[in-house]
Ligand binder design. Structure first.
Ligand code: SAM
Length: 90
């Protein structure tokens, strides 16, 4: 029995197994590599595992979360600690 999917945190799954076919971080990384966005906004970055993978392909990358950002920010990265509602009303 393949239990490898049980090692992936549930918030990183797209669909419950066995329907899941890809992980969203890999998908977003490919999209960012291809599009090279002027600006990437991630609302709710948790530990930044997606944000830090996508950000290098973006001119400007903005992360928002009610928790802190447990990683260092590169020069193209900005982080706002607070609710998405608060940030989007700035
Ligand atoms: C599912 S996780 C995000 C996963 C991340 N986007 C990824 O791809 O790895 C949800 C995050 O949203 C944050 N969050 C929840 N409610 C929020 C709010 N109202 N404003 C900002 N961040 C919020 C939580 O702290 C948590 O880190």
């Amino acid at each position: 029995m393949d239990v490898s999917h049980t090692m992936t945190p549930i918030h990183l799954r797209n669909l419950p197994p066995p329907d899941e076919t890809f992980d969203h971080i890999t998908f977003l990384r490919y999209m960012a590599q291809w599009i090279k966005p002027e600006c990437y906004l991630e609302l709710g970055i948790r530990d930044g595992r997606c944000f830090v993978v996508v950000a290098p392909f973006c001119k400007r990358a903005i992360g928002v979360d009610i928790l802190g950002a447990p990683f260092s920010l590169a020069s193209n990265m900005e982080f706002f600690k607070g609710t998405t509602t608060l940030i989007l009303n700035l």
